[in-house]
Design a protein around this ligand. Sequence first.
Ligand SMILES: Cc1cc2nc3c(=O)[nH]c(=O)nc-3n(C[C@H](O)[C@H](O)[C@H](O)COP(=O)(O)OP(=O)(O)OC[C@H]3O[C@@H](n4cnc5c(N)ncnc54)[C@H](O)[C@@H]3O)c2cc1C
Length: 405
Amino acid sequence: MSHSAIIAGGSIGGLFAATLLRRAGWEVTVLERSDTELSGRGAGIVTHDALNRLIAAAGATTDDLGVHVEDRVAFAIDDGVVIRRRMPQVVTSWDRVHSLLRALMPEGAYRLGVNVADYADRGDRVAVRTAAGETIEADLLVGADGFRSAVRGQMLPQVQPVYSGYVVWRALAAEAELSPEVRAGVFPHFGMFVPTGTQIVGYPIAGPGNDLRPGHRRYNFVWYVPTPPAALDDMLTDAEGRRHAISIPPPLVRDDVVAAGLDLADRILPPAFREILRKSERPFFTPIYDHLSPVMGQGRVALAGDAACVARPHVGMGVTKAACDAEALVRHLGEAPVVQALTAYSAERQPAARQAMQIAQLLGGMIHQAPAGGLNADGRSNPNAETLLRNTAVVPAPEGLVPVG
Ligand SMILES: Cc1cc2nc3c(=O)[nH]c(=O)nc-3n(C[C@H](O)[C@H](O)[C@H](O)COP(=O)(O)OP(=O)(O)OC[C@H]3O[C@@H](n4cnc5c(N)ncnc54)[C@H](O)[C@@H]3O)c2cc1C
C-alpha cells in the first residue's frame, strides 16, 4: 500500500521533498500558497556537489545548470585586486533549480493558491486544514513553508526569527549593459569587496530563460549593509505608511529607500560595483534573520528547509540544506514507520542546520571586524579577507571554518 504525504510550500525545499518522496513510491500533494507560479526574481544560487547529486536523484538534469566561475577575487575600493584564489564552482539561479524540479510534478499533484492554515495530528493520520476550509488527510505532513512557516508556528510557537542587525540589497545587471572594463575585470569572477562595515558578494548567472551565452548573462549583486532596528522600521514602511512585519515585498519598497541605498553605494563602494548597481534593475532589500528549530519533526509532521532553520546567505546553503533535509527525510522514511523516521530525521538534520547557521553567523559577524589600529575602508586590510574568500558559499567542513594558510 502506498503512503501519502502533504507538503506545505511549493518552493525549492517543498519540491525536493515532493520529488524524492514520489520516487520512493509515495503519493504526494504539494500545497503552495501563491496563486501564481513562483519566481525567484533571478536570485543567484551557488551550487555544491550535494546539490548536483540531489537534483539528479530527484530525476532532473544538471546539464547547463549555470555559469562556471574559476576563481574568487577580493577587490579594493579602486577596483584593484587584493586576493585572487582558484576555486572553481558553478553558479546558477533560484529559477533554474525551481523550474527543473517543478517540471517533474504531474498535473494535480502541485496545487497553487492553497494556504495551509493548521493541522491536527491524529496519531494514525494527519489532517491538514486549508485557509479555504478544505481538510486533506495523509500519513505525513512536511512543513516546507519557509522561514515564516505556519506549520512551525503551530508546532514550535516559541521559535521566532531574530534580526541580525543588517540587511542585504540584491540586484541583477545585464551583462550586455556593462562597460568593457567591468565585463572583463569583474563579471567572470566570484567577486567580493570586504571593507570593515559592509560586504559585497557578486557572480555571473544565466540570463532570462537560462541563457548561458556570453553577452546574454546577468551579474548577481549581493550587498550586506548594517541597519539599526529603527532604520529598518522605516525601510519596512511602504509609501502608504504601512509597516510590514519581517520583510517588505520588493515592489512596495519606497523610492526614497532605494535612492538612499544607491547614494550610500556611491559613497563607499568601488567604481565597478557602483556601475553594476546603477545598471541593475531596481534593487531590493531583505533583512537578514536567524532562526533554528530545536526539533525538525514531531509525530507525523516534519519541518524542512527554511521552515526548520535559516542560515544567513553567507554560507550559500539554503537550497542545498533544503535538498539534504529532503534526502534524509525520505531515507529515514524508507527505514522505519513515520513517527520513528521523523525522530531519526530530526536527530540527523537538526545538528547540521545548527552548524550551517552558526558558521553563517561567524562569517556575518566578520562584516564588523576592523584590523588592529586601522579602518579598512578600502577593503585592502580586512584581517578575515582570506577566511571570507575561502568560506563564503561553501559547504561547511565537519570541523567548521576551512582554515587559512
Ligand atoms: C540574499 C540571499 C542570497 C541567497 N543565496 C543563496 C545561495 O547562494 N544558495 C542557496 O542555496 N540559498 C541561498 N539563499 C536562500 C534560499 O533562497 C532559500 O534558502 C531557499 O529558497 C529555501 O527554500 P524553502 O523551500 O525552504 O523556503 P522558501 O523558498 O521560503 O519557500 C517557502 C514556500 O512556502 C510557501 N508558503 C508559505 N506559507 C505557506 C502556507 N501557509 N501554505 C502554503 N504555502 C506556504 C511560500 O509561498 C513559498 O513558496 C539566499 C537567500 C537570500 C535572501
